[in-house]
Design a protein around this ligand. Structure first.
Ligand SMILES: O=C(O)CCC(=O)C(=O)O
Ligand SMILES: [Fe+2]
Length: 225
């Protein structure tokens, strides 16, 4: 399931993040890629190890994890460290599958879901679509700045070569409490149904209670602790 979250960053948050990005250092993106991916990766990544970098990381992290749609769709147990990358003219990231494990020690996660938070306005660059092979179909995605895309880490995907301008994004990975994309989709549909039902029915209505019970018990079956 591909899920887009429009406007995850509001214009003020986006502007603040862009301003901070003007002050960070950049290094070769291949250092964080796996062996196969490094051969096809061509971009630069923000150095988030400085004080400004860490503050920027915290702002991005809080915005992403504080978003209710992200929470409902991803059911995160843990997130990877976030990365911010910039891809200029002639650069891109060829077809690859993401590493199964990210991080080390206590912060090591299994990658179930990948996400991209777009930071550049689409009209500021050509090319640079995130192209995902999913369920036998190819999806080419270029979202508005501030919008986030979630896609299964199990997919082959690539970033098309940028032919004009520059593409800036924040990427990261989720280890989910719920193992499969099919299960997550059902839980996400249930969460949306409950949210919609709440607009017209009081929370103590029998239909609401029945749906709350069904949702809770399916989550009990599918949540891995
Ligand atoms: O830049 C993107 O949208 C995705 C990057 C990517 O596939 C990766 O970092 O593994
Ligand atoms: Fe990737």
């Amino acid at each position: 399931m591909l899920i887009t979250i429009p406007g995850l960053l509001d214009p003020d948050a986006l502007a603040g993040i862009r301003t901070s990005l003007e002050t960070v250092g950049w290094r070769d993106g291949r250092i964080t890629a796996g062996v196969q991916a490094a051969r096809v990766k061509s971009n630069r990544q923000a150095d988030l190890s400085t004080r400004t970098g860490a503050e920027l990381h915290r702002r991005l992290y809080d915005a992403i994890t504080g978003n209710a749609i992200f929470e409902a769709a991803a059911q995160p147990r843990k997130l990877s460290k976030l990365m911010v990358s910039r891809t200029g003219e002639g650069e891109g990231y060829g077809t690859h599958v993401d590493n199964v494990l990210m991080g080390s020690g206590d912060t090591r996660i299994r990658t179930d879901i990948s996400f991209t938070l777009f930071l550049s306005d689409p009209q500021d660059y050509d090319g640079g679509e995130l192209t995902i092979d999913w369920a036998g179909m190819v999806h080419s995605m270029k979202l508005d700045a501030g919008s986030l895309l979630l896609y299964p880490s199990t997919s082959l995907h690539r970033v098309e070569t940028v032919t004009r301008g520059e593409r800036m994004v924040c990427v990261g990975w989720v280890e989910s409490l719920v193992r499969t994309a099919e299960q997550r989709e059902i839980l996400f549909d249930l969460a949306n149904l409950r949210a919609n039902l709440s607009k017209s029915l009081p929370i103590e209505a029998p239909e609401q209670l029945a749906l709350a019970k069904i949702t809770a018990n399916i989550r009990r079956l599918w949540t891995n602790s």
